[in-house]
Design a binder for this molecule. Structure first.
Ligand SMILES: CC(C)(COP(=O)(O)OP(=O)(O)OC[C@H]1O[C@@H](n2cnc3c(N)ncnc32)[C@H](O)[C@@H]1OP(=O)(O)O)[C@@H](O)C(=O)NCCC(=O)NCCSC(=O)c1cc(O)c2ccccc2c1O
Length: 137
């Protein structure tokens, strides 16, 4: 099983007055991990998807556990693996650690859609095959 990895630094812009990462900022980081996964691992950049092919992958649902707080200067090491690949849906697990300490785990379902109709469409076979390689055992 392949695991997609990406690292981000916690910046001042991510932190609230309590000095910890505010959870909406985590959701933006999760979206960045998903965007990088599709661009770098699947070979299907959001630019290509959105501006050329007019498809997108909005999140249908997401459940997140926050295990420990993150602070300015922390390096977050992200992983993304895939789960069930349905007709149009894709389960993903996105997790972050810092120095080996778990910070968050999110389990989400992305849905491939035709952006002009905002209706789900089936994963193309070539993309499906790549997504399979990141599937959790
Ligand atoms: C996403 C929808 C358009 C789906 O509705 P539709 O009627 O077209 O599809 P079906 O109901 O037939 O379902 C197809 C398929 O998807 C599964 N599914 C549908 N809804 C959900 C759900 N809520 N949670 C989990 N799974 C769902 C369903 O079980 C089917 O599975 P199969 O395995 O059988 O294929 C419609 O639901 C919709 O419009 N929802 C709202 C989406 C939304 O606005 N989310 C807000 C947060 S996400 C977001 O902001 C976002 C926007 C983007 O443009 C992005 C672009 C790129 C990357 C990420 C983006 C992003 O996160």
């Amino acid at each position: 099983m392949a695991v997609f990895r990406h690292s981000t630094d916690v910046m001042f812009q991510h932190c609230d007055p309590a000095g910890i990462v505010f959870y909406p900022r985590y959701f933006e980081m999760i979206n960045e991990v998903v965007e990088r996964f599709f661009g770098e691992a699947v070979g299907w950049s959001f630019r290509q998807m959105h501006t050329v092919e007019r498809v997108g992958i909005p999140m249908g649902r997401i459940a997140t556990d926050f295990h420990a707080a993150s602070r300015l200067g922390d390096q977050l090491d992200w992983t993304l693996t895939t789960g069930r690949i349905g007709g149009a849906s894709l389960d993903v697990t996105v997790a972050a650690t810092c120095d080996g300490q778990a910070r968050l785990t999110a389990q989400g379902t992305l849905v491939l859609v035709d952006l002009d109709r905002m209706k789900s469409i089936r994963w193309p076979d070539e993309r499906r095959a790549t997504l399979e390689t990141y599937k959790e055992d």
